[in-house]
Design a protein around this ligand. Structure first.
Ligand SMILES: Nc1ncnc2c1ncn2[C@@H]1O[C@H](COP(=O)(O)OP(=O)(O)O)[C@@H](O)[C@H]1O
Ligand SMILES: [Mg+2]
Length: 260
């Protein structure tokens, strides 16, 4: 019951973008992928979804991840890409239905509206998707993924959410709300893999963190072991201070404040 990749490599136009990456994520946990721009986070996530070809072996439970297993994979994992372009003038509900119809609960007509309510967008259900703000579009896309998967567990076992920067356009309240939703999905027995730029959100919500650097894994482990000043300052090539919130003992991350 794991999502795992063994020694995967990805090459685009003769440039090696990922090499020798081992990855493992477990149901019941939020696994965060962090790292600098261009370090390979999106490429790793797209390989894990089967969207792009990778050498090496990727499995979700007992399913070999790849285009030939698209239907089996769509029943148990939903994917939120980093950017989504729409070619047609869909309403918000129509966008959510695209996910709903691809998943195993297409016979439940209540789900799209409930998925929109989960992301706080029920009042926009009949609006043209193009008219939403960037953050609202991001939440509508999340509702699409939720409507596809809906439950953290299915008959076969755990379901999965694979999310590429799901909070990048959201205000701080919406960020927390989406991360709580991801955490709740994992608490219900599902698996969540989430690319995040905000290291403080990773500290608060991730059970496991994978730090990418130049197409490889620089560090992996719990927030407490990975989010250290030494590791982060090295990987992000700047001075980064790590403190600790006293009561829950969660690390917090601050860049050094010099402006020059
Ligand atoms: N389709 C592509 N063709 C060529 N190069 C790509 C393609 N996709 C990504 N890359 C390159 O791979 C590297 C990693 O990209 P990406 O995985 O998107 O990084 P991240 O998500 O960590 O910012 C970058 O240098 C990027 O330019
Ligand atoms: Mg990316």
């Amino acid at each position: 019951m794991t999502l795992r990749a063994d020694g995967i490599a990805v090459t685009f136009e003769r440039t090696r973008v990922l090499s020798g990456v081992d990855f493992e994520a477990h149901p019941g946990q939020v696994t965060a992928i962090v790292g600098p721009n261009g370090s390979g986070k999106t490429t790793l996530l797209r390989a894990l979804t089967g969207e792009i070809a990778a050498s090496g072996r990727i499995t979700l439970d007992d399913i070999e991840v790849g285009p030939r297993r698209a239907a089996a994979l769509a029943a148990r994992r939903g994917v939120l890409p980093q950017a989504t372009r729409l070619a047609f003038p869909f309403t918000v509900t129509e966008v959510v239905r695209l996910g709903h119809l691809a998943g195993p609960h297409a016979d439940r007509p209540d789900i799209p509206a409930r998925a929109l309510a989960r992301v706080g967008l029920r009042h926009k259900a009949d609006r043209p998707y193009q008219d939403l703000s960037g953050g609202e579009q991001q939440r509508a896309q999340l509702a699409r993924v939720l409507a596809q998967i809906w439950m953290p567990r299915g008959r076969h076992g755990a379901n999965w959410l694979l999310l590429d920067e799901p909070v990048s356009s959201l205000d701080i309240g919406q960020q927390l709300s989406v991360m709580r939703l991801a955490h709740g999905f994992a608490a219900g027995g599902g698996g969540v893999v989430c690319v995040l730029h905000d290291l403080n959100l990773a500290a608060m919500f991730a059970d496991a963190i994978v730090v990418m650097r130049q197409g490889g894994v620089a560090a992996r482990g719990t927030p407490a072991t990975v989010l250290t000043s030494a590791i982060l300052s090295d990987v992000y090539a700047c001075d980064i201070e790590v403190g600790c919130v006293p009561a829950p003992g969660v690390p917090f991350i601050l860049p050094q404040a010099a402006r020059t």
